[in-house]
Design a protein around this ligand. Structure first.
Ligand code: THU
Length: 131
């Protein structure tokens, strides 16, 4: 599979998940245009809304180290089902990465690749703000 290393990196990041409340561990890995991989996990808080998802952790790490072009993001959990990104993460991914490949991988290692535009088909984005 084209994104084998990216999925592997996302799977490794699961072990750093701080998720004592949901016990739902998520790992993500984003691939920059230059070929670098940044990983992230979900980090929860007793004030629940302060929780950050694995995808945003990974992307924010990359952007904070000057990366502004991306090819793909892999999302993995311990779940037998695929873990699609939440709405907030779809919006953030579109803003920072555009129409990248989103690779979903389940606990059994099955993978599925979808375009972000398929996950967020009618976005509110920078174009919407132009008037
Ligand atoms: N979570 C993610 O990390 N990514 C998603 O796209 C969906 C949800 C996390 C947030 C929270 O820590 C746990 O999964 C349960 O919602």
């Amino acid at each position: 599979m084209k994104y084998h290393n990216l999925v592997k990196a996302a799977r490794k990041a699961i072990k750093f998940s701080y998720s004592p409340y949901s016990r739902f561990r998520v790992g993500a890995a984003v691939l920059t245009a230059s070929g670098k991989i940044y990983t992230g996990c979900n980090i929860e808080n007793s004030s629940f809304s302060l929780t950050i998802c694995a995808e945003r952790t990974a992307l924010f790490k990359a952007v904070s180290e000057r990366h502004r072009k991306f090819r793909a993001i892999a999302i993995v959990s311990d779940n037998k089902e695929f873990t699609p990104p939440c709405g907030a993460c779809r919006q953030v991914m579109l803003e920072l990465a555009g129409d990248i490949d989103v690779i979903l991988s389940n606990a059994n290692g099955n993978t599925k690749i979808v375009k972000l535009n398929t996950l967020l088909p009618i976005p509110f984005d920078a174009k919407t703000l132009k008037h």
